[in-house]
Design a protein around this ligand. Structure first.
Ligand SMILES: [Zn+2]
Length: 123
């Protein structure tokens, strides 16, 4: 039982499912779910996640930093990994492709699989 975490959904205990109904006859209550696995580590299901975000989302954005201006993805950071098939679809040719300039640059398979390998210079 100690590995179980409480769902953080503010209304979890108000949903009438059999697994939430606990206690002995005469003193049964609907209770917040406890789970070893929770969505995003906090919620028993997407309804509880949505309930939390509806209630606290704006406060959370204000707390962690509201975006107040347009962000730009520049050419320097528009590289993404891709591949092309040969005509018989037997072999892939791995490439970096720039989403803005459409330029491609060669890439090895190991570079493709290396999550830290990038041509992008920043955010
Ligand atoms: Zn829940």
């Amino acid at each position: 039982m100690s590995n179980l975490k409480f769902c953080q959904g503010p209304s979890c205990h108000t949903y009438h499912t059999q697994d939430r109904l606990k206690g002995t006859k005469g003193s049964k209550t609907y209770q917040t779910r406890r789970r070893s696995y929770l969505h995003f580590g906090e919620f028993c299901d997407t309804r509880c996640y949505n309930d939390w975000f509806s209630k606290y989302g704006t406060k959370a954005v204000d707390h962690f930093g509201r975006l107040n201006e347009v962000k730009h993805l520049t050419e320097e950071n528009a590289w993404h990994k891709s591949w092309d098939w040969d005509s018989s679809y037997d072999n892939r040719t791995y490439v970096f492709r720039n989403a803005i300039t459409k330029e491609t640059r060669p890439l090895t398979e190991s570079q493709y699989n290396d999550n830290n390998y990038t041509l992008n210079t920043g955010e």
